[in-house]
Ligand binder design. Sequence first.
Ligand code: ADP
Ligand code: MG
Length: 237
Amino acid sequence: MTERTPIASLAGVSKIYGAGETQVNALEGADLSVYPGEILLIEGPSGSGKTTLISILGLLMRPTSGDVFVRGQRVTGLAQRELPPIRAGTFGFIFQGFNLFPALTAEENVAIAIKMKDPRARDADAEARRLLTAVGLDNRMHHKPGDLSGGQKQRVAIARALGGDPPIIIGDEPTAALDTRTALGVMALLRELASIQGRAVVVVTHDPRLERFADRVARVEDGRVTAVDTIDHSRAA
Ligand code: ADP
Ligand code: MG
């Protein structure tokens, strides 16, 4: 790999939940860098620390020890109140369960997220329509989640994650609730966001079939990042 500058990274990150007898060492000395334009998969058994890892990377949670860097800035050295604007300007999140508001249309779901990220956003409705068009939902803007398929709902969630134009998209098992064909379609869309728009896409998954879309796979076992493999697409099947 040529010399590149990570957009975000973890250095020696550990996380302990609880204390005493119920203490859980969820992460121990995890190192990981995320680069623009790549899809990085995070694979590992249930309970290995994947959600904890991306929650710390995405500034949703502080590590017990170790450091988090965003664009070269050591954010673990900052006060709590300084984190929300950095989080909002850097990360978009996609979840397994979509987390859409059922009473709001696709357009409203995306627009409200844009306004939450930036209360001064100029024209959140137009931006929502632009993002929904970008994910192929131009004819579903006014549908509510209940009238959308699983794949369409996840596309709304991806459009919402793109609100505010974050350079890093983080997904926690975003394809787990989808059938294979739909899951592969969602991954193809994420691949475009990485390759064409240069975003970093970090995806937690149990599904090795997603590796065909990825550049690297970080393997998490028992709270440790045990390997980070570059995927060789030259021997594609
Ligand atoms: P994964 O996403 O790989 O399934 P998690 O990061 O969710 O793993 O969890 C790692 C470990 O930390 C597990 O043993 C889990 O039970 C524990 N854990 C996660 N969140 C909490 C919490 N809020 N309080 C206590 N233990 C937790
Ligand atoms: Mg998890």
